[in-house]
Write a protein of this length. Sequence first.
Length: 99
Amino acid sequence: MGTRKMTFTLPEDIASRFVRRVPARERCKYLAEALTEKLCTRDRLLAEAYQSANEDLEVQSIEKEFDAIHDEAAEPWAGASPRRNLAGKARSPRGRRDS
């Protein structure tokens, strides 16, 4: 697995505690483990929230309403005539001539 060097700014009290309690040669590993744990917790909580929302009958009802709207609505550009390119021609790298 690759690594990436990063710079962080921490509040002074946290930085002082970190430097006192974690030996210099273990700090990268410590931060990697702490971040992994925190990110896994967030992922788990997010998955639980999605699961809860998917089981909610009111949410299911709202989703069915939106699905019906999508099925009924036609794309605004369907069947429309093609329009010309409004951006215009590209200019030369030299720029405009002042004549």
